[in-house]
Design a protein around this ligand. Structure first.
Ligand SMILES: [Fe+2]
Length: 183
């Protein structure tokens, strides 16, 4: 298994200030935004300037002014396929220092979320063949075989507006980013 860096999700105090800075100074664009849990929760804003990742960074307006609140919600690593996600779940499940990982899908990815021994959030995911407008979240059943997991994920999001082949989305984004004037 090879872990490849994908994205960080950061808890922020002021969404407007942070998104404005990352857009105007660093050149990011908003890929998607909405309530974290679909119809409830704090707003999440996904940002990217590269077609290979739906988001390279995302902000959640959930950082507390006082106390132990940390700015990093989770960091995420991409792996080659579902077998690697399952293997990571097994490794985490046998680790005495951490809770079992949560199997979650965003439609465009099949993931396991867990926390390291100091409570930093980690996501390990593989891609699916589909782009799905974010944010969306649903569980997946690790007791199913790979084909049924993938079918279940596809069926869950197939009717959602904007869902389509990932290759089409990446092609569209590549054209878009290639056409940007450099700052
Ligand atoms: Fe993530």
């Amino acid at each position: 298994m090879q872990l490849r860096w994908s994205h960080a999700v950061i808890k922020v105090r002021n969404m407007e200030t942070m998104t404005r800075f990352y857009m105007d100074v660093l050149g990011f664009e908003v890929a998607d935004r909405g309530p974290l849990f679909g119809d409830s929760g704090p707003e999440i804003v996904f940002m990217s300037q590269y077609e290979g990742d739906h988001h390279q960074i995302a902000f959640v307006e959930a950082r507390e002014d006082e106390g132990p609140s940390n700015s990093v919600d989770h960091i995420a690593f991409r792996v080659d396929g579902l077998a690697d996600v399952r293997e990571m779940m097994d490794r985490v499940a046998t680790c005495p220092d951490v809770d079992a990982g949560a199997p979650v899908t965003h439609g465009n990815a099949i993931s396991v979320y867990f926390k390291d021994p100091e409570q930093n959030g980690i996501e390990v995911f593989c891609d699916t063949p589909w782009h799905v407008q974010q944010p969306v979240i649903a569980p997946w059943d690790p007791s199913l075989d790979d084909a049924d997991v993938l079918k279940g994920v596809g069926d869950t999001f197939a009717q959602k507006p904007g869902t389509g082949p990932m290759a089409d989305y990446i092609g569209d984004r590549a054209t878009h980013f290639a056409g940007r004037t450099s700052k």
